[in-house]
Design a protein around this ligand. Structure first.
Ligand code: FMN
Length: 150
């Protein structure tokens, strides 16, 4: 049984978080574009990561999650994270917008939970300081520690 981190990433920030989470749980991290069906065989834990775009996960991550079978979900532990802006860093209008439309990870986690998945951790968000990054100063360390706190 192995652990796997699957992520999507446009500017590389979600990839960096995925790599650091993977390191902490002795997992491989794989870009969704490179994922093969065989990578999902015999998994103990699947971690799914996406940037938040317009309050949602990327279309590829959403499709991937929709395609996961009930049988797979019954047998595999799941955790979900996203990357996102920190509301405090935004101007009033953007803050309101971002707050209203929400974030990728909670939506993906809800979709999975509704399909019967065993979600083993509250969905987590990691902060980017701008749309292309960089990550907030503590985020790589937080990524490495995330599973130590579960
Ligand atoms: C078109 C666009 C829409 C975005 N929408 C949101 C959003 O709704 N909420 C949020 O917190 N961040 C939003 N962001 C910031 C992204 O979450 C950030 O660019 C992403 O975490 C970077 O991840 P990546 O480097 O892995 O691509 C948006 C960025 C872009 C370019």
């Amino acid at each position: 049984m192995t652990n796997l981190v699957v992520y999507d990433s446009v500017y590389g920030n979600t990839k960096l978080i995925a790599q650091n989470i993977a390191k902490s749980i002795s997992a491989k991290s794989i870009n969704i574009n490179d994922l093969k069906n065989s990578d999902l065989g015999n998994l103990n834990l699947l971690v799914i990561g996406s940037p938040t775009y317009g309050g949602q996960a990327t279309p590829k991550i959403r499709q991937f999650v929709k395609d996961l079978s009930k049988e797979f979900l019954i047998n595999t532990k799941i955790a979900v994270f996203d990357t996102r802006f920190l509301e405090r860093d935004l101007n009033f209008a953007l803050k309101l917008l971002v707050k209203t439309i929400g974030y990728a990870a909670p939506k993906i986690a809800k979709l999975l939970a509704d399909k019967g998945a065993k979600i083993i951790a509250p969905p987590e968000g990691f902060i980017v300081k701008g749309k292309e990054g960089p990550l907030g100063p503590e985020e790589l360390v937080r990524a490495q520690k995330w599973f130590k706190n579960i």
